[in-house]
Design a protein around this ligand. Sequence first.
Ligand SMILES: [Zn+2]
Length: 648
Amino acid sequence: MAANTVTETIGTVKQTVKSNSKPTNAEKKSDYGKIIALLIEVGLLTKTQVQYASRVQSKLRTEKPLLEIIKELNYLTDGQLRKALRENPLSIPIGDFFVELGLITSRDLDLVLQLQKKETPTRKLGEVMVAHNLIEERKLIAELSLLLGFPFVEPDVSKIDPNLLKRGAITQYQAHSFFPVRLEGEKIIVAFADPMDPRDIDAAAAAMGMPVIPAIATKLSINAAIAKLENDKMVGSQIIAETGESVVNIVNTMIVDAIEAADVSDIHIDPMVDRLRVRFRMDGVLALHKDYPMSIAQALSNRLQVLCRGDIKDRRCHHGGRIRFDHGGHQMEIRVSFYATVRGEKIVMRLLKRQTELLSLDEIGMSKRVMHRFQAGALDRSGGVILITGPTGSGRTTTLYSCIKHLNTMQNSIITAEDPVEYVIDGISQCAINTKINLSFEDSIEHMARQDPDVIVIGEVRDTFSAGAAVQAALTGHKVLTTFHAEDSISGLLRLFNMDIDGFLAASAVSCVAAQRLLRRVCVHCARPYELTPLDLRRMGCEFDQMAGAAFSKGHGCSHCRFTGYRKRVAAFEVLVLNDPVRDGLIEGVTSHQIRRVCKETTEMVTLFEDGFYKAALGITTVEEVLRCLPISHKPRSFAELARLLGK
Ligand SMILES: [Zn+2]
């Protein structure tokens, strides 16, 4: 609700700005900005370079800061920029500074300035920007720290000299958002939420009675330090939640928060020097959820161990367990791992997916025509090995289960050997490998064939034994589904062939290799059209005229996506359905380069990079994400050509 109100407020202000004929901040500036002036002065840029960059800027359809363009033209590196800024302190308002650096637009700055004026009491510009989602606090802090050379600190009350803390009053710390850290010679290092505000620095110097060296910290960590100081004063060092009851609540709330956030796969509980940090893994990326006082660590671990129905174990040993958690009438299964670290136990909880969350085949993100080839050439045929490859976290297990779900019909008997079983599906015989009770992979595979299955699922091919077993089962008429750790489809195929199994048999047994990766999706709530830069084109190895018909996009960050610009994920696929020329090549033992050429010429295989590139060109993911996650082996084909091969 709160987020909505904010957007609405900005919405109305935007209206007023439109009807306002006063020149905006950007229009007022006739020069190129103070930072660029400085760079010219110190000889890092020439006027000609700036003029050229400015011409490039005027030709772009989307707004882009001049400094950004200068960097893209390779006139300047981030390192040079930082060095120049640190060596030549500029007196420039924080807002203009951010506009010039391209962290916010001049239009957004005008909005923030107006919003700030309306506030009583007025807050700092940086705070207003953070409050209105124009910039994330961490980013703001990181940029200031990097660019201006302010040391980034996290004030830790337990490590600060108590005499130093007594120099100032808590009310002063609160009023100017600062916190003393330590002495350095005749000066004192003080953490500020806004180290660029001279009023705060003067106030701190007066309060501490000595000159200060400003450092930067998040407002959150300063507030936390102040709160801890207050608390320590009041009740010694006793902190909340010592009773079993409140720990029960803490654990429950933590798990419910994770389940309800929908895209959370893991909860990480890390012991830190002064606090217990709880992070959630969302869409594959860890983010801070909450901090708790260290004093609850032991009670929290005990509570989780009780939930795992285990005895309270020795904290110096690694161990694990499972929790069944009731939530909204459903049972949720959570796998818990306790890892003994030098600071205490690190606990990771993996939220296991429920059957209702299993994706059907048309939801896994495979393009229409590829899916058609995959089904017709492999999945719906009676025998053959289907290998799903990718590194850990590439979503291959999700795809494996979607295939199982598709094949789970009255006519099929499906049997699995998995380590561990990640989803429990009705109607199929799943076996979890457990070496502790001598339920080994070898044993299970031997017994599988006697169960008269149509489909055999081997969780993962890890060695010659399981590879050989998969091939054997396929040659005796079974359909075998398995996953394999490999970069792309062709290297997966070649790795299998190098596993000391008969090449001819393997070539006849394998029907398909599908490689995949997960890419973050552009957040639909804050997506904006994105224009490719010359650098994007160069990095992808494309020409501008290959892009006809493409519509790239990028999220600018909002509360729905936790200001990352991304929400949820989509898979990129490279599906190789083996044909005779490819099989012949494999048996002859040709090089991976030759196999790749044969695949491209004789199958309709689209590479991982091309599939990702196509998804970016449809605005589903971004160019950055494609370049970050996908291996680039050769120049992608044109958008039109890919559209023909992939379909929508
Ligand atoms: Zn968003």
